[in-house]
Design a protein. Sequence first.
Length: 382
Amino acid sequence: MKLYHAHIYPMDREPIENGWVSIQDGKITELGQGEIVPSPEDRDLAGGMLLPGFVDAHTHLGIIENGIGFEGDDCNEASDPFTPQLRAIDGINPMDRCFAEARRRGITAVLSSPGSANACGGQIAAIKTVGRRIDSMLIRTAGVKFALGENPKSVYNDRDETPITRMATAALIREGLAAARRYRSDLAAHEADPENLDAPEFDAKHEALLPLLRGECKAFFHCHRADDMFTALRIAKEFSLDPVLIHGTEGHLIADLLAPEKTGVIIGPLLCDRCKPELNHAELHNGAELHRNGVPIAICTDHPEVPLQYLPLSAAAAVKGGLPYDAALYAITLGAAKLAGIDDRVGSITPGKDADLQCYRQDPLGFLTEPEWVMIDGVMLP
């Protein structure tokens, strides 16, 4: 199948006028420019704008269900402050109507995450937004969710348990990572000398952190305040982690200091009030200032804080705050996919990647705009 007569925004190169894209078995196989000899299964886009599907790098889609309350909220296991063994896929309900709302606005892939009540909340799932069974929607486990600052403090202070300070939250994270590192060392010692050294007793928490320590996935840190962002980077360096900062509300106050770290920031939600002390310095120009200083950014909704279908509107809000339009579009496509660790599959119109595409006749970030059609894995969605 080919899509032709398209104005293509590949996101990893310059736009292509009068371009075409070839799709086979759910993958992009080729793209080019100029006229083709169409086959019956090919589709003439008649000058439409062809974009990759949008990617939201931080949501709680399906793990906090639409309008249900406690029964549909599986986001925070606030009975233990350190739970890396929990998997978001075991709490996501694909039947949540918000999946369909996301697809209708061109959002084809998201990271759905456990919440920020715990110092470590669990494993984040990178998923497509179409399907009835989460196993078939899963792209991969993207990483492990940590949280610093106000949220863990508030949750456990109400219960008069640890952690109730920022120091204790950071200490819990260090203790968990150090224990997993020792567990890894004991496993390696046993494998090297199985006759004389017993394997350590199985520990689900340590096992869950091994891919993180091996650099196979990312460490996602919930942090709003500048000091919490630096604590995240400090811990990441101590344990040789690949960090991504989520929210980064005060990033604009320290953008010049973040730039040398080469660490990405997933900013958002942008369409919300300053509902707690950590958000006191929330500003629409956060993304613009980070971008100006060369800090990689993505834009997120933190769904359901902001409903997922408003991801493009959130990008438009960042443009209002001074972020260049092309950078805003990048921050919800390839930029988001890179910070999510799934850019080998999605985020750009590139041969070899999944055929997650959408077509527009108007501004993709416009409030009144919807895509003419959306495709996930080469299948046109109804």
